[in-house]
Design a protein around this ligand. Structure first.
Ligand SMILES: [Zn+2]
Length: 488
């Protein structure tokens, strides 16, 4: 079959230009694509696909869900307490699957080649009712997904539409506020990616396409390759490899930063796995009116991906390439514990959640970096200093019109350095307090971090939010740690 190149674009988008630039023959529309967007995508001559996101039916259409449950109460599922993966509908109930079939048929519009589905983040099939506990659905994601894929296949088959299933998985299991995110497919009690998806793929129709992200954690700089890339191929199904070159993944919404080396490496892996297609989600800014193709600071990432897909070399300006490692260290959300929106975390608890989210938590190197030691305080600060040094040549080469952006970036980096330094210092004091000790020099350095951030917070771009809440909490809790040992 012909190799498929597919794209999805956020922000301002001229589909004709995008198709020309990437050579895409398929366009994956966003989850709430309007008829005008469908028509614009279709007009390029590419095949268009619609998108059904998650399997929490209540979030697709609350009113339709409520009406359905009122009429068929047996379809309502039962969630376990404090669990991120909800049991909104019961997979043991036939009315659940009738509702699912309707939802997927509604997505199979005439213009569409097929429907793309993913099951996380909005998960809703993990029902723990009596029936599900008895027949093994409860807590068994693989079994739930197999049933859902079968339902979607049966709904689309008579319409002559294709089904593409994203084998999404994410990070490490972690707490998010008071809910446990099981991060299925990354080990833990829900098993490995192969244990989760292997049975689903084996029991699927040979016509169903599976799409696997090239990396196994979102929002982490230079994440490890996804161990199940190529699994669907091995099991005799069509498989696409997926990239996300978006602000969320690259880790910035305001910073020009290269992901070219990483794209080249993952592209090699996808080619070795002999996948049938390549798919990329593109996007950069939180500003929806920005056009990534017209942004000469960031468009290199798009050109590089497109060139590698078509086996062409691509050379970006060396100064841009030099931003790759530094930008990851400085801004990549979650890599050092920022949110997926690249904002400063608001509380220590949230920040530590984010640190747990990444695969850093899973590697020996990562575990060592999170330990509350003086060496790690120095490491976090040195990492930021090095990033500043590496980014400066590129940032200073920005055109005059970008000068404000440059100043904001430097301010953001410096504040992030003070904030990380303070956080690691606090973690160290917290550890010492548990050991019956404290360190007044470390405490004094936190005071200095607080003063620095107060003085420079106004220089930050608005989109990154405020660091003040977090640094204030760090300071107050550090004061408590100190006073518990030496008194006021
Ligand atoms: Zn149930």
């Amino acid at each position: 079959m012909a190799l498929t190149v597919a794209i999805n674009v956020t922000g301002k988008c001229d589909y004709k230009e995008w198709v020309k630039t990437t050579g895409a023959i398929d366009i994956f529309l966003g989850r709430s694509a309007k008829p005008l967007e469908v028509a614009a995508a279709k007009a390029t001559g590419a095949k268009v696909w619609t998108f059904l996101y998650g399997c929490n039916a209540e979030m697709w259409n609350k009113r339709a869900y409520d009406e359905w449950i009122a009429e068929h109460p047996s379809a309502k599922g039962e969630s376990k307490p404090n669990t991120w993966e909800k049991g909104v509908m019961c997979p043991s109930d036939k009315y659940t699957w009738m509702f699912f079939a309707q939802a997927i048929k509604a997505k199979a519009i005439d213009e569409a080649e097929g429907v793309v589905v993913c099951f996380w983040d909005d998960y809703g099939l993990n029902c723990h009712c009596k029936r599900c506990r008895k027949n093994g659905f409860a807590g068994n994601f693989s079994k739930q997904l197999t049933a859902a894929v079968k339902c979607y296949e049966e709904a689309l088959e008579p319409l002559g539409k294709k089904l593409l299933v994203r084998t999404w998985s994410s990070g490490a299991a972690h707490w998010l506020r008071d809910e446990w995110v099981t991060a299925p497919g990354n080990g833990g009690w829900s098993g490995s990616g192969e244990e989760l998806w292997g049975p689903v793929i084996r029991l699927s129709s040979p016509k169903t396409i599976f799409q696997t992200k090239v990396y196994n954690a979102d929002c982490q700089p230079n994440p490890p390759l996804n161990p199940i890339l190529g699994l669907a191929k091995k099991l005799g199904r069509q498989e696409y490899a997926e990239w996300q070159i978006t602000g969320q993944t690259v880790g910035h919404h305001v910073l020009p930063a290269s992901v070219i080396k990483y794209t080249e490496k993952t592209m090699r892996a996808a080619k070795l796995a002999k996948v049938d297609g390549y798919m990329c989600y593109f996007g950069c800014y939180r500003n929806g009116s920005a056009d990534l193709l017209k942004d000469d600071l960031n468009v290199h990432n798009v050109h590089a991906w497109s060139a590698f897909v078509h086996d062409r070399p691509y050379s970006a300006p060396p100064a841009f390439l030099a931003t790759e490692r530094a930008a990851a260290v400085a801004f990549a959300p979650l890599g050092l514990g920022a949110s997926t929106e690249s904002k400063f975390a608001n509380t220590i608890e949230r920040r530590e959640d984010l640190l747990r989210y990444t695969n850093r938590q899973l590697t020996d190197e990562g575990k060592a970096a999170l330990k509350p030691t003086k060496e790690n305080i120095a490491r976090v600060i040195a990492e930021k200093d090095q990033a500043l040094e590496e980014l400066t040549p590129y940032l200073s080469s920005l055109p005059a019109a970008q000068r404000e952006r440059y100043d904001q970036l430097i301010a953001q980096l410096k504040v992030a350095k003070a904030l990380d330094g303070a956080l690691w210092r606090y973690r160290y004091l917290r550890y010492l307090m548990d050991m019956g000790d404290t360190d007044l020099e470390v405490y004094a350095a936190i005071q200095q971090d607080f003063n620095y951030i107060k003085a420079h917070a106004k220089e930050l771009p608005e989109v990154v939010g405020s660091p003040i809440n977090l640094i204030r909490e760090i300071f107050e809790k550090s004061t408590y740690c100190k006073e518990r040992i030496v008194g006021r």
